[in-house]
Design a protein around this ligand. Structure first.
Ligand SMILES: C[S@@+](CC[C@H](N)C(=O)[O-])C[C@H]1O[C@@H](n2cnc3c(N)ncnc32)[C@H](O)[C@@H]1O
Length: 468
């Protein structure tokens, strides 16, 4: 593998590259499609509706039922919220021209916008989302191969190509034995942008497995019993300064320099951190106990959805793996920050954000989604295997990677009601009925809901009927 180096290293006289094309002038580009409106018009749009709280009005976390374009405009009308959201994760419809049902066969949402209609739908929302983001904020857009590249171009336009930070490929499901004349489709993508070059970032790492520790750190330090690996103490390129000088009577190998100054190397040696081979070659000992974990790269194989029968889910279609959200939320926000998901679905982002001590704003226009968000918070998740065995499906025997180890997110955490539920007056009765299903009384500030086990048995039996 080779990486590019600075353009000024190009030696013109040695190059034998022939080209007949001259490119002059403006290098900018943009995606064009029918119905593309001006950014100015989108930014001057106003909300058509007012959103009133039907439950727990004072809670900081908010769940909105409504079309997200209108709700985002409503949020932007509140000047104290503009520019304060630290992280946006969205998992919108993918432009697949399909409809989605939950595991209990309830119609959940439509993914029926296609072509330019889909692009403009997304662009209008992305333009508003940028206004809500803080200057050090980030956005992740989760899509599949259908519209990813068109939306990447729109993201370049809205956020600026220089703010593109990463393109993550995720293994979304187990391998397929499809009869289609193409490769098994097991990947989806997350496109990551920041609002500026100063953005919140904590490098994500995964823990080492025992087998990998033994493979990567094969040596044991005799006096201390610590595990270590040996690494060279020189690097390519010559230097005239300290790192090109003699150390312990040795010069760096030809064409190389020491990675550290001679005095630093002496310090390592005195601390027992240099390994001397039988023929007197020095190597540095890198100890495993100083390792901060394996940095996560841009291919994620360990956070697929519907991983195995023991994973906990609500049963909402296209529900994402919470450990995927945990990774994103920890990398791109801090405790107390606001995390927003305006295609909230079953509320995966909201639940994980809440457990990690972030504030959340969730929006969805499907009543089934709101139902599932409340189910997640009030009742909790169910083993995926419970759904499968109810429908007497054969258990598949697949060997899957373990979920990332997490101490901070747990699908069983104490249930809570630390959220407000809002909608506009057209949908008051729809949302009130859903709140009633979960025993959440209207317009009161509830300090605490009873523990899941103590919830009134009448509510449990009602909810059981609803989800049967
Ligand atoms: C792919 S699902 C999100 C799943 C979610 N990430 C989860 O883990 O459950 C997309 C969601 O976007 C919602 N949605 C689609 N169009 C919307 C709109 N205009 N306003 C608000 N929500 C919308 C759908 O109802 C659906 O719940």
């Amino acid at each position: 593998m080779t990486t590019g180096v600075s353009k000024n290293k190009w030696e013109e006289k040695d190059s034998k590259i022939v080209t007949n094309e001259d490119y002059n002038g403006d290098f900018s580009y943009e995606i064009s499609y029918k119905g593309k409106t001006s950014e100015k018009d989108i930014l001057s749009s106003k909300n058509k509706h007012q959103y009133n709280s039907l439950y727990n009005p004072d809670a900081l976390n908010k769940i909105y039922f409504g079309d997200n374009f209108d709700v985002l405009n409503y949020l932007l009308a509140n000047s104290s919220l503009r520019g304060t959201v630290k992280l946006i994760y969205i998992d919108p419809p993918y432009g697949t021209n399909s409809i989605y049902q939950s595991r209990n066969q309830k119609s959940s949402y439509k993914d029926d916008l296609i072509g330019s209609h889909y692009l403009e739908f997304m662009r209008r929302r992305l333009i508003l989302l940028k206004e809500l983001l803080s200057n050090d904020g980030s956005i992740y857009v989760h899509l599949d191969g259908n519209m990813t590249f068109q939306i990447k171009m729109i993201l370049d336009e809205v956020f600026g190509a220089k703010n593109f930070r990463g393109f993550i490929t995720r293994k979304k499901c187990s391998n397929k034995n499809s009869t289609r004349k193409t490769y098994g489709n097991i990947s989806d993508y997350m496109i990551f942008y920041s609002k500026s070059d100063k953005y919140t970032w904590q490098r994500a790492t995964v823990e080492w497995s025992e087998a990998k520790i033994t493979k990567e750190y094969p040596c044991i330090d005799e006096p201390t019993g610590r595990r270590y690996k040996k690494v060279p103490i020189h690097a390519p390129g010559t230097r005239n300064g300290q790192t090109g000088k003699e150390w312990k009577g040795m010069l760096p190998p030809p064409g190389k320099h020491w990675q550290y100054t001679p005095s630093k190397l002496t310090e390592f040696d005195e601390n027992g951190e240099i390994y001397w081979s039988a023929n007197g070659n020095p190597r540095r000992k890198v100890f495993f106990d100083k390792d901060k974990g394996i940095p996560v790269q841009d291919i994620w194989l360990d956070v697929q959805d519907s991983l195995n029968q023991n994973i906990k889910i609500t049963g909402y279609p296209t529900e994402k793996n919470p450990y995927l959200l945990e990774r994103i939320i920890k990398a791109s926000s801090n405790e107390g920050d606001i995390v927003l998901d305006c295609f909230a679905g079953s509320g995966t982002t909201l639940d994980v954000a809440n457990q990690l001590g972030r504030q959340f704003i969730g929006i969805d226009n499907s009543s089934e989604a709101i139902h599932n968000i409340l189910k997640r918070f009030v009742i909790g998740l169910e083993n995926m295997g419970d759904y499968v065995s109810k429908r007497k499906k054969k258990q598949r025997l697949t060997i899957e990677p373990p979920l990332p180890n997490s101490k901070e997110y747990t699908p069983h955490l104490k249930r809570h009601n630390n959220f407000s539920v809002l909608t506009d007056k057209r949908f008051t009765s729809t949302i009130t009925a859903i709140l009633d299903d979960f025993g959440l009384n209207n317009n009161i500030n509830q300090k605490e809901i009873p523990n899941y086990k103590d919830v009134n048995s009448a509510i449990i039996s009602h909810v059981t009927k609803v989800f049967a």
